[in-house]
Ligand binder design. Structure first.
Ligand code: NAD
Length: 368
């Protein structure tokens, strides 16, 4: 097979930047892609860090000026893994330069910036996708297929939880994520992830009623400007009801994204802390033997088999990004792709902005 190349630019090399770099390195080997990513240009906040990370990750060029990366004619696709307040400016510049964009979630801290990103993507006509990697899990894909096949009947209620404990320590210093410039807190940092899964499993949200909470109002004598806890009642377009809870201060929870989908004939349940399995209950069969069954993911749950030929051996968090990179390359080649594009991303984040307004106004908010 002849392989064409695709030139990659990466902005930001922290948690997610490394995850993107790993994915760009692994995607052709994992999926036998027709296109092989070429690691062209890397941008960081300063030149020294950029040069060090370019050497570590295998990028040819390094810069402290992300605009130089966006202008580089050898770059076809830009991975944006910088902090949230930079996303809009970077993504819009990359789209206007004719590049494909793979931007980390959330799109932006402000609704109007996310709307501008959506408009820029529509104008550009290139691929613009967001880092909603959890929808790529073979377990989530299988749950989606089971729901579409009617295995649990008509979905009538969805319960979503996302919990971690990195802000659980009341004595921890004031962090960037405690400042208003970082966004709302649990809503846009966290809740968007389970919402991206909700969109796949049960469809869009029609109305929200939300409450936010601050477990610790001050850090280092400074007022905390974000909310680490968010709760929302949901009404879905399908008519189903839903409940969402997100908590960045939940001691003991390390990476919980718990999803329960209740239907007229059964229930599906999943937890990201046990990402290689899901649970299914159906009401059919001998009533004395009814109960949840645990299904371990396996090569029958595509694209698990691209990573490991043996069932039950398991994928990891970074593998979800490899799958996302594969989907992105499919979209770039005009093949069907399973991605959250900027249109759907805006809809997800619009729900979160509506939740913030609902909290402020103490009222139900309908989404347009
Ligand atoms: P991080 O702090 O670990 O990394 C951010 C990097 O961006 C740092 O290395 C920083 O130096 C760099 N940076 C800052 N300003 C820059 C600039 N002007 N130019 C170039 N580089 C710059 O943060 P992170 O946890 O990797 O988060 C990055 C993004 O990824 C955020 O939007 C976050 O919401 C998202 N995220 C997504 C997931 C997921 O599962 N999809 C998980 C964590 C974070």
């Amino acid at each position: 097979m002849t392989r064409s190349e695709i030139g990659v630019g990466l902005i930001g090399t922290g948690f997610m930047g490394k995850c993107h770099a790993l994915a760009w390195n692994a995607v052709a080997t994992t999926f036998g892609e027709a296109r092989r990513p070429r690691l062209v240009h890397l941008a960081e906040a300063n030149g020294e860090l950029a040069a060090a990370k370019a050497a570590e990750f295998g990028f040819a060029k390094a810069t402290a000026d992300w605009r130089a990366l966006v202008a580089d004619p050898e770059v076809d696709v830009v991975s944006i893994a910088a902090p949230n307040p930079f996303h809009a400016e970077m993504a819009i510049a990359a789209l206007e330069a004719g590049k494909h964009v793979w931007c980390e979630k959330p799109m932006a801290t402000r609704r109007e910036d996310a709307a501008a990103m959506r408009e820029a993507a529509r104008r550009a006509g290139t691929v613009a996708a967001l880092g909603y990697n959890y929808i790529q899990n073979p377990a989530i894909r299988q749950m989606e297929a089971l729901i579409a096949e009617g295995t649990i009947g008509t979905v009538n209620h969805v319960r979503l939880e996302m919990d971690e404990d990195f802000m659980a320590d009341a004595a921890a210093p004031f962090a960037f994520k405690n400042g208003a410039e970082s966004g709302y807190g649990a809503l846009d940092d966290f809740a968007v992830h389970p919402l991206s899964i909700l969109w796949r499993l049960a469809g869009p949200v029609a109305a929200v009623m939300a409450e936010q909470a601050q477990p610790y109002a001050r850090r280092e004598g400074r007022a905390v400007e974000t909310h680490e806890i968010a709760m929302a009642l949901l009404r879905l377009e399908s008519g189903a009801s839903g409940l969402l809870v997100a908590n960045r201060a939940a001691w003991g929870r390390k990476g919980r994204i718990a999803v329960q989908v209740f239907g007229s004939e059964g229930t599906l349940a999943y937890d990201q802390e046990r990402m290689n399995e899901f649970q299914l209950f159906t009401r059919d069969g001998d009533e004395r033997l009814q109960g949840f069954r645990t299904v371990l993911t396996a090569p029958v749950h595509a694209p698990y088999g691209r990573f490991v030929p043996a069932p039950g051996h398991g994928l990891g968090f970074n593998d979800l990004k490899v799958i996302e990179a594969h989907e992105l390359l499919a979209a770039i080649d005009d093949r069907p792709a399973r991605l959250v594009d900027f249109d759907t991303g805006f809809a997800i984040e619009d729900a979160v902005h509506a939740m913030a307004r609902s909290h402020r106004d103490r009222a139900w908010i309908d989404l347009a």
